[in-house]
Design a binder for this molecule. Structure first.
Ligand SMILES: Cc1ncc(COP(=O)(O)O)c(C=O)c1O
Length: 426
């Protein structure tokens, strides 16, 4: 039952290998934004395969590049095709370092940009991902905390924490670690996806942007998970008063059917010296066809408006959970970018264990959520899922939370030992 193996899917459901049906809150790990195997996307892919198979040069790449430029801010005029989000995030860094001729970037603790060695080094999702590879960090990345809203220093609000990070960057990093003109730019998830579904306060992005403009840093918005409508705007950075110099996209770009990624860049970032990125299958014909069709569907079906409206209803429902359940500390989200978090006071391992049990129980009740060895349960439905099915899935998830809390109270769950830490806030 805890299996991660699916046996098939329709637009809004997945099936396990025994044929059991689940409401799908995973959407191919936030990739199939217009539903699993959308028939129009599938047809577009098949047509492209019939016509082009795989050809390196083909007109669909040009058509998609023009479309991507059209749906991003006017300063972004160039496109580089990639195969995956990992490759696209690495490409973005490659471009800003080459264009600025500066060796350093700022990145965030908790950020996930992929699992290649390069992407693990420009991100800092968790220490386990760097284990044995610490030597490859090489010092080119300055990591600062992300303004999360979970497990903050006691008594500190998210806003205060966010301000502290900006102050730390200014006062400590720029004073003691690197002068501003040694930094090429900031690799930033406008909302942190894999790191816990966090939504920074508005002023944080604005101040970062102000610093970037002051010091001529390029800003990369990694929108691999948050882009393509997931948060109710086409790009998550649109919720903030910022204008990135590079947008990184993949996942939802192709409705999930054929993997491609892309970076959309300003002239300044792309236009000076040749930067190296890309690979043979980057921007394959079938991938570009899928992306063009996905973009068409998102706009034609007004999915952004729908996701905004239904997402509010869903969040309202999820916000009741911290009131009703002792193990739930917070629910947060925007659009169909939703999560709830577990905190017991018994340490990270205990919280992760309970989240895992909720994930497993939720499957027993008929909903498949995202859980990735984390103290959160994430809810990423397809953008075209109707409100009643979304709420039905959330009711099933709530049943799972209730069952796990009951089992915990009745002593049916043994929690892992708390990691011994030093008490700093006595
Ligand atoms: C923000 C972000 N960047 C990059 C990636 C890597 O993308 P991919 O898995 O397509 O290589 C992910 C994947 O989850 C992501 O969430």
């Amino acid at each position: 039952m805890a299996s991660f193996i699916t046996g098939g899917a329709d637009l809004f459901h997945v099936y396990d290998v025994d044929g059991n049906k689940y409401i799908d809150f995973t959407t191919g790990w936030a990739s199939n934004n217009v539903g699993n195997i959308h028939p129009e996307v599938l047809d577009a892919v098949i047509d492209a395969l019939r016509k082009y198979g795989f050809l390196y040069y083909h007109p669909l790449a040009i058509e998609l590049a023009e479309k991507l430029v059209e749906i991003t801010p006017p300063n972004l005029t160039r496109v580089s095709m990639e195969v995956s989000g990992t490759e696209a995030a690495e490409a973005a860094v490659s471009y800003i370092i080459t264009a600025s001729k500066r060796p350093l970037i700022i990145s965030f603790m908790g950020a996930y940009h992929g699992d290649s060695i390069g992407a693990r080094m420009i991100g800092a999702h968790d220490a386990a991902r760097k284990k044995y590879f610490e030597g490859m960090d090489g010092g080119g990345v300055i990591f600062i905390p992300y303004p999360r809203s979970y497990k903050l220093p006691p008594g500190m609000s998210q806003d205060e924490f966010a301000r502290l990070i900006l102050w730390y960057l200014d006062e400590f990093i720029l004073e003691h670690i690197a002068e501003p003109d040694r930094i090429a730019g900031i690799l930033y998830e406008p909302m942190m996806a894999e790191g816990g579904n966090f939504i920074p306060p508005k002023f944080f992005a604005k101040k970062l942007m102000e610093m970037a403009r002051k010091y001529n840093w390029f800003v990369i918005a990694d929108e691999v998970l948050t882009g393509f409508g997931r948060t109710g705007k086409f790009w998550a950075f649109e919720h903030y008063d910022i204008q990135p110099d590079v947008v990184v996209t993949a996942k939802g770009l192709t409705g999930g059917l054929i993997p491609i990624g892309a970076v959309i860049l300003s002239d300044e970032v792309a236009g000076s010296e040749r930067a190296y990125s890309g690979s043979t299958f980057a921007g394959s014909p079938a991938g570009c066809a899928a992306a063009l069709k996905t973009i068409e569907i998102i706009y034609r079906e007004n999915l952004l408006e729908k996701v905004t409206k239904y997402g509010e209803e869903a969040l309202k429902y999820m916000k009741e959970w911290p009131e009703k359940y002792e193990i739930i500390v917070d629910s947060r989200g925007i659009g169909y970018f939703l999560a709830t978090s577990i905190e017991t006071g018994k340490g990270d391992e205990a919280d992760i264990e309970l989240a895992k049990r909720i994930f497993i129980e939720a499957k027993r009740f008929g909903v498949w959520t995202i859980w990735d060895d984390e103290p959160h349960i994430r809810v990423y439905p397809p953008l075209n899922m109707e409100l009643d099915l979304l709420l039905e899935g959330l009711e099933k998830l709530e049943k799972a939370i209730s069952k796990v809390e009951k089992d915990l109270k009745e002593g049916l769950i043994t929690l892992p030992e708390k990691r011994q830490t030093i008490e700093f806030f006595e």
